[in-house]
Write a protein that binds this ligand. Structure first.
Ligand code: 5GP
Length: 190
């Protein structure tokens, strides 16, 4: 999506360790006018899939999911990151290896908010190694919910996540796909 690619070129900063910093518009300060366009585009791509629920992971996915949800007229459920080691209550849970923080964490969703019969669109800001998506897909499988697809703002296509998730037969739609990036030469899109 040209609008997002242009914004990444303008305001994205390539950091050490293959990390793209987009905190001025996507995941710290949030440009809601941009989000609105991204939300419309996700809706355009998944409009005929019978989506009745959006699922994301705290914290970065929540903003974009809320804006997108208005187009689907569906609720947003966000997987919470476990604050304690003990799993309390009636929840689905899964383990995720964090790309940006370099350690594992548990995520959970209450069984009240995900179940058989749900047609779920998963949304997230980035797709890198696919760990976060894999964790969210696992929550859906535990719940017996159908994953209709995953909508990603920025896919780092030089990392394996996209291939891994697509090879499971899951539709992944990424609004910007990065072929390569470096501090010296900047960002190149697919
Ligand atoms: P994955 O689980 O696919 O390896 O990584 C996805 C998660 O890691 C996203 O939810 C995102 O928060 C974070 N992430 C991965 N790569 C980047 C990056 O280049 N920049 C930023 N800001 N976050 C990233």
């Amino acid at each position: 999506m040209q609008l997002l690619e242009d914004r990444i070129q303008k305001d994205g900063i390539v950091m050490e360790g293959n990390v793209l910093k987009v905190d001025s518009f996507l995941n710290h300060q949030m440009d809601i006018t941009l989000f609105n366009e991204l939300g419309k585009e996700f809706h355009r791509r998944f409009a005929d899939c019978g989506v009745n629920k959006l699922l994301t992971i705290e914290a970065s996915g929540i903003g974009i999911s809320c804006i997108t949800a208005q187009y689907f007229r569906a609720p947003v459920v966000f997987a919470k990151k476990m604050k304690t080691k003990n799993i309390v209550g009636d929840v689905y849970h899964s383990r995720v290896a964090s790309y940006t923080h370099g350690k594992d964490y548990e995520i959970f969703v209450s069984k009240r908010f995900l179940g058989a019969g749900d047609r779920v669109l998963i949304l997230d800001d980035f797709l890198a190694n696919g760990e976060a998506l894999q964790g969210l897909i696992s929550l859906c499988r535990q719940a017996g919910a159908e994953v209709v697809g995953a909508g990603i703002c920025i896919e780092k296509a030089f990392q394996p996540g996209g291939d891994i998730i697509r090879s499971q037969g899951i539709r992944v739609e990424s609004l910007a796909r990065i072929k390569s990036m470096s501090a010296e030469s900047g960002v190149e899109f697919c």
